[in-house]
Design a protein around this ligand. Structure first.
Ligand code: HEM
Length: 348
């Protein structure tokens, strides 16, 4: 069967596609940073708690996670908007084929959020327990990441969609995808690294716990090295024409990839020198560049079927202007709320 026949006809877009791709890369970079902190912070706190249920770093990290959870969800909305504008006719087909798993995300979000709050409450009430709620919440966030990796890889493989005719029940998974495991591991190791930074950064400013700096930076450097290995695996698992774009076939993509990789080295060096602020700045730059690399992987994988440059453009700028204005107001409101929140916490 010709897989192209399964791809729905896309709607026209109001302005040139580069706007949506660029904003998608930017907002996805923010979303994935927060998702990394959430999952990695949970894993780190859990690990420390299993060694000592009263570990102060575990308590400090895990009680800050409900806020990160809320921010991760909020910052997921913006890339979702841009994804559906450009790639909705691929993304929604994939989400529908995996509908049962896709809808489970909502249950995991609600239950995971509750579990994080219950953990926070128990820690603050000096009844930390064995970490069952933290474990449940972290497990659910790991599952959410896996389901998303599944849907986002399947969207770029219309040839896999024919599986629907054997499995119309909405439980399709993209398990034969060679990039799925390295892609997911890339997320898990990145999460561990960001969880380490999340423990170390407050310690650097005299908050959190003093041992958080030592423990956090050790986790950051170890996980970043594992992350590099998972990245190499992901690269070689890509289809050859996609991989070759980063090996000289496209000057722009090769340069972007080289910059993204190069940025991880100063981050690692700062990690070894136990400088969390410098490590955070370098790693944020690396995440943004890698977010661009990921967008290139998607468009190169989809290129036999579709290019966003082919979408009809209506030339209506007003929705974009309204969006950018609302984004600016929204970000300012968020910054204000976070400042108020931290101030209240400090006042105790
Ligand atoms: C705890 C919750 C969450 C976690 C751990 C999480 C994690 C992830 C991960 C790992 C990916 C990348 C998957 C891949 O490409 O292999 C991803 C992508 C994405 N997530 Fe989340 N996510 C969470 C919640 C959400 C929510 C609630 C939304 C929407 C409101 C959302 C929207 C997105 C979108 C749109 C992408 C893809 C962006 C793109 O490809 O351009 N996420 N997320």
């Amino acid at each position: 069967m010709n897989a192209l026949a399964l791809v729905p006809t896309p709607d026209p877009i109001p302005v040139a596609w580069g706007w949506f791709e660029g904003l998608g890369i930017l907002t996805f970079g923010l979303h994935i940073t927060l998702a990394n902190v959430l999952v990695g912070g949970g894993l780190l706190a859990l690990y420390l708690k299993l060694r000592d249920r009263n570990d102060p770093t575990a308590s400090d990290v895990s009680t800050r996670l409900p806020t990160v959870f809320a921010l991760t969800v909020n910052f997921g909305v913006a890339p979702l908007l841009f994804l559906q504008v450009l790639y909705g006719h691929f993304f929604y087909v994939s989400a529908t084929l995996s509908a049962a798993w896709w809808l489970t995300i909502i249950a995991f979000l609600i239950l995971g959020y509750y579990a994080m709050y219950i953990n926070q409450h128990r820690v603050r009430a000096a009844r930390p327990g064995g970490g069952i709620f933290l474990a449940a919440a972290t497990g659910m966030t790991l599952c959410i990441g896996l389901i998303l990796a599944n849907v986002l890889t399947m969207m770029a493989r219309p040839e896999a969609w024919t599986g629907y005719f054997d499995n119309p029940g909405g439980t399709m998974l993209n398990l034969l995808e060679p990039t799925l495991i390295p892609r997911y591991l890339h997320f898990v190791f990145a999460s561990l690294a960001m969880g380490g930074l999340f423990a170390a950064l407050p310690a650097r400013f005299g908050k959190g716990t003093p041992e958080g700096l030592e423990k956090g930076m050790k986790v950051f450097t170890t996980a970043t090295m594992l992350q590099m290995a998972a990245g190499v695996w992901w690269l070689v698992a890509l289809e050859r024409p996609v991989m070759l774009r980063f090996m000289g076939d496209s000057a722009f993509d090769t340069a972007l990839f080289a910059i993204a990789v190069a940025l991880t080295f100063p981050a690692l060096a700062a990690g070894f020198r136990k400088k969390p602020v410098a490590a955070a700045a370098w790693i944020m730059a690396a995440i943004m560049a890698m977010s661009g690399v990921r967008a290139v992987v998607r468009s190169a994988t989809l290129s036999p079927f579709f290019s966003p440059g082919d979408l009809a453009v209506t030339g209506e700028f007003s929705p974009l202007v309204l969006f950018l204005a609302s984004l600016a107001v929204g970000l300012a409101a968020l910054a204000y709320m976070l400042r108020l929140g931290f101030k209240t916490q400090e006042e105790g």
